[in-house]
Design a protein around this ligand. Structure first.
Ligand code: COA
Ligand code: MG
Length: 297
């Protein structure tokens, strides 16, 4: 996944519009975009969502809300790609959700372990606990860094959000490092609030990509094309990576593991980076058909 798009759980009518954006996955939100009085109704809406062409995730309410287990039950009973856990701080909560999902998968005939758990790290203690959160369950294959301006993490750190990301830099890099060390495949970033500011979104996506993140969550359909573009390797980079891998494989077959391609040294490490680029490019085209949005981007 390069992109995920939030749909408020009390607006199931937006699901179809969300799909038209070309996004890689949807997050049906039961947490902060849903007023307290509508929590039950939003949860009930989940059962009415038909099969979708992209993975459907559900953001449940946090451990301290009194809604978590009903939300997890609704998500697991419907069968979803994964559960996004906001304000993730305690590995024990992830282990309990893991157990509940296993029971629901068995009851519903789903594949055991198939439902992902996606911790959303958005507090100082969550940042410090990221490695343990990622290791708490094999279901944790994706994590979200709570990057939002005026979001929970900015408030908790007491830092200032700015377009170049200085205030969040240590947290952003720490979460990436911990997630990678724990073997998480998809470290992604949460939302960019100023949804009409696509240049600002692009700047933040580039910063995230340079640090090692592979995607970002959108709140508005317009954001999706920018996110997909930044997190898809460009044709030039793909062509160069293909050349490097081809030349290197030829060289290895002929007994050499250190060659020059386009005036630069290529060895096993360089070939590994190039293979990772090709894998990302392949995943981006394989995930679903390209949309008009993307071909314009
Ligand atoms: N998913 C699907 N469709 C969406 C959408 C979303 N997240 N956000 C906006 N749209 C639709 C609108 O309904 C509108 O459709 P229309 O042209 O048929 O009327 C179109 O996209 C353009 O929307 P726009 O008028 O630019 O924005 P808005 O004022 O309607 O909505 C928000 C702005 C922020 C309220 C809306 O994007 C939203 O609710 N986003 C998700 C919020 C959320 O889930 N937050 C939780 C995580 S932080
Ligand atoms: Mg939040």
């Amino acid at each position: 996944m390069r992109s995920m798009l939030f749909v408020p759980g009390n607006r199931p009518d937006l699901v179809v519009k969300a799909l038209a954006s070309g996004v890689d996955a949807l997050i049906f939100d039961l947490e902060d975009s849903v007023p307290e009085a509508s929590k039950g109704a939003a949860r009930d809406n989940l059962a009415g969502i038909e099969a979708l062409p992209v993975p459907l995730f559900v953001r449940v309410n946090g451990a301290d809300t009194g809604h978590l287990w009903e939300d997890v039950t609704a998500a697991g009973s419907r069968g979803v790609a994964g559960v996004v856990l906001p304000k993730a701080e305690d590995p024990a909560t992830i282990q309990r959700i893991d157990g509940a999902l296993t029971a629901l998968e068995i009851a519903g005939g789903g594949e055991r372990g198939s439902t992902a758990i996606v911790p959303l790290v958005e507090s100082a203690s969550g940042v410090l606990a990221t490695y343990d959160l990622c290791r708490a369950s094999l279901r944790v294959r994706t994590i979200l860094f709570g990057s939002g301006e005026e979001g929970d993490l900015v408030a908790d750190l007491g830092c200032e959000w700015s377009p170049e990301g200085t205030g969040l830099l240590t947290a952003r890099a720490s979460v990436l490092m911990a997630a990678r060390a724990a073997g998480v495949e998809e470290p992604m970033e949460a939302v960019f609030m100023d949804f009409r500011n696509l240049d600002g979104l692009r700047t933040e996506c580039l910063l995230a990509r340079r640090l090692g993140y592979v995607g970002k969550v959108a709140i508005h359909p317009q954001q999706v094309a920018v996110i997909n573009e930044v997190f898809t390797p460009s044709p030039e980079v793909v062509a160069k990576s293909r050349r490097i891998v081809d030349e290197f494989e030829k060289a290895v077959a002929q007994g050499s593991a250190s060659i020059a391609v386009d005036g630069r040294m290529v060895d096993y490490a360089v070939a590994r980076v190039s293979r990772a680029v090709l894998a990302r490019a392949h995943a981006a085209t394989a995930s679903r058909p390209a949309t008009s949005n993307e071909s314009e981007a």
